[in-house]
Design a protein around this ligand. Structure first.
Ligand code: PMP
Length: 315
């Protein structure tokens, strides 16, 4: 899109007043490392622009920054930067229902350092791009592959942080699965290789009867904002929502499986392949996934009244 927002961190760890500039390349010391966020601006039927829970992205960035020994912008600074970026790029937000403006806040450490330690300087940048549906199948069902060789994160590591380095261990697994025709990979725990973690950029839910289970967030998976929102919507609708260790056998015996994330929204899973087994799941209009999806999308795009205070209108 046209504009990005940038803010530098002073030596005492304070982020100074940021500013918008034309989108373009930036100059950076080669020793950069980063954590980031992802959120979206949606267009309401009447043209107004809505943000979905950007304060939760701000808090998640603060928690990640603390884990990575980085200073971070305050919640107000973060949300203001996201709002300014979305507003400055408003012509790029697709019409209601046709996509959204993906907004990426990025916190980078850089500067003259070779050793292992906090970076001497920090930059916070927010940029944006219009997006359609994440998976090329649109809201059609995903076909997932259960990965047994590569793992995403280990207990005690930083798998719960949205750090750029967390996506490095699984790049190969994802590319291999895609080349075999799968939409994404389901990762297992790194110890027993039997318990579900998440997919490459989304959380996973398993439905059996009226019970919806999802892997507990114990530091190895990202605590998704969509995950938290869908859990609340599901509880409101009378489902029993359980956070626990989800065994891969339980996944193979489920009625339904679905994924949640800013990029995918709530996406039904059509098949899962694990070892030499391939299981098909319920994905139709009457599925739990589609019901939860329509409520979430309705709130995000303003067609369902936001009784929870989840959306912020920016124009
Ligand atoms: N897991 C991973 C690894 C992710 O990258 C994402 C996307 N941020 C998610 C889960 C879903 O999180 P959210 O619902 O906040 O987008």
């Amino acid at each position: 899109a046209d504009y990005m927002y940038g803010m530098k961190c002073s030596k005492d760890g304070e982020f100074t007043q940021g500013e918008l500039s034309r989108f373009g390349n930036i100059q950076l010391s080669p020793s950069a490392g980063a954590i980031y966020e992802g959120t979206k601006a949606y267009r309401k039927e009447n043209g107004k622009l809505l943000l979905f829970r950007p304060d939760h992205n701000a808090v998640r960035m603060q928690l990640g920054a603390e884990r990575m020994l980085m200073p971070s912008p305050s919640v107000d600074q973060f949300v203001d930067a996201v709002k300014q970026t979305a507003y400055a790029n408003k012509r790029w937000v697709p019409p209601s229902g046709k996509g959204s403006l993906y907004i990426r806040p990025l916190l980078m450490g850089s500067g003259p350092i070779l050793g292992l330690g906090p970076a001497p300087e920090y930059t916070f940048i927010v940029y944006a791009s219009p997006v359609g549906n994440y998976f090329k199948e649109g809201i059609a069902a995903l076909n997932l592959y259960v990965e047994e060789e590569y793992v995403r994160a280990a207990p005690g590591g930083a798998g719960g942080v949205k750090s750029i380095t967390n996506y490095a261990p699984v790049l190969k697994a994802l590319s291999r699965a895609k080349s075999r025709g799968f939409s994404d990979v389901l990762y297992l725990d790194s110890v027993k290789k039997k318990y579900l973690e998440e997919a490459s950029s989304c959380n996973v839910f398993v439905v059996k009867g009226r019970t919806i289970s999802t892997p507990a967030t114990n530091g190895t998976i990202l605590e998704g904002i969509t995950r938290k929102s869908v859990m609340e919507i599901a509880s409101d609708q009378g489902y029993e929502v359980v956070e626990k260790s989800v065994h891969v056998d339980e996944v193979m015996e489920a009625d339904e499986v679905f994924c949640t994330g800013t990029a995918v929204g709530v996406a039904p899973v059509g098949t899962i392949t694990y070892q030499d087994k391939r299981v098909e799941y319920e994905t139709g209009d009457e599925s739990v996934c589609q019901k939860l999806r329509s409520v979430l999308v309705g709130i995000q795009t303003g067609s369902i009244e936001d009784t929870k205070g989840w959306v912020t209108c920016i124009n």
